[in-house]
Design a protein around this ligand. Sequence first.
Ligand code: GDP
Length: 296
Amino acid sequence: ARLKEGLEKTKKGITEKIDVILKSYKGVDEELFEEIEEVLITSDMGFDTTIKIIDALRAKVKEKKIIEAEGVREALKEVIVEMLEGSEPLVEATPAIIMVVGVNGVGKTTTIGKLANRFKKEGKSVMLAAGDTFRAAAIDQLEVWSGRVGVELIRHSEGSDPGAVIFDAIQAAKSRKADVLICDTAGRLHNKKNLMNELGKIFKIVDREYPDANREVLLVLDATTGQNAIQQAKTFSEVADITGIVLTKLDGTAKGGVILAVKSEIDVPVKLIGVGEKLEDLQDFDARSFVEALFD
Ligand code: GDP
C-alpha cells in the first residue's frame, strides 16, 4: 500500500498521461509511439532509456500482433517489467559485510538504520561502522539509529581515518561473530579521483581483513533528484563494483521513472526502495509489484 501511495505522483506524470493518449487512438500507428515517447522523455527517464523502452514496445506490439491502441498498455507494462527484472535478492549468507555508498543527503544513514532493523528482526546480529568520518553529523546520526535499533556502532572521532574505522569494525565483527556488518562511507563527490581513492582504500582493507565475508556494495540514490541520480549511478559504478541500488524517497516523488533509467544505464539491480522516513519504510524491490502499482 505504501508503494502505491508513494507512486501516486509518478503515476500522474506517466501512466495517466499515457492513458489519455491511448484513449484518443483506436489503432496503433507511428504517431502513437511518438506521443508515448514524448511523455517518457518529459518524465525524468532520460533520452536513452526512453528510446530503449519505445524500441522494445514497438517490438512487443509487433510480436504480440497488437492492433488496437488499448492493447499497447499491457505491452508497455510487460516491457517495463522485463527491463527492471532480474535482480538478485539482498545478501543472505553470513557473515556479511555491506558497504553503503552514495552522495550526502540521499538517505544513506537512514537506509543503514532501516537495514540494521530488518536484519535484526530476522534474528541476525548486526554491527554498524561509522566510516563517514568527515561529517560529525553523520556519525551522530548513525549513533541515534544504532540506539534506536539496538545494535552496536563502531565509531572514531570526526576527521579520523575512515580506513581505521572499517579496520576496527571488521576486527570487532569477527571477534563478536556478527552476522552482518554495515559500513557507512564518506559521500563527498568532489571529484572522481578523490572518491576512487577514498573508496579504494576501504575496499582494500575489506579484501585483506575480511575476505571470507559475503560482500554487498549498495549505492544509495535519491529518486527525487532525477537526472542527478542517474549521473551519480554512472560515476559510482565507474569507481566501485556496485552490487545493488537502493532508491530512496520514492514516496511522493513524480520522478519514480528514474528507476528505469538507473537500471538501464548501469545494469545493476535495484534491490531496495525507500518509501518513507520510518524504520519499516524499506522494501525489497520487485519489478512486478512496482509496475502493477504504477499502472493499477
Ligand atoms: P545521508 O546524508 O545520505 O546520510 O542522508 P540521511 O539518511 O540523513 O537522509 C536525509 C533525509 O532524507 C532525512 O531527512 C531522511 O529522513 C530522509 N529520507 C531518507 N530516506 C527516505 C525515504 O525513503 N523517504 C523519505 N520521504 N525521506 C527519506
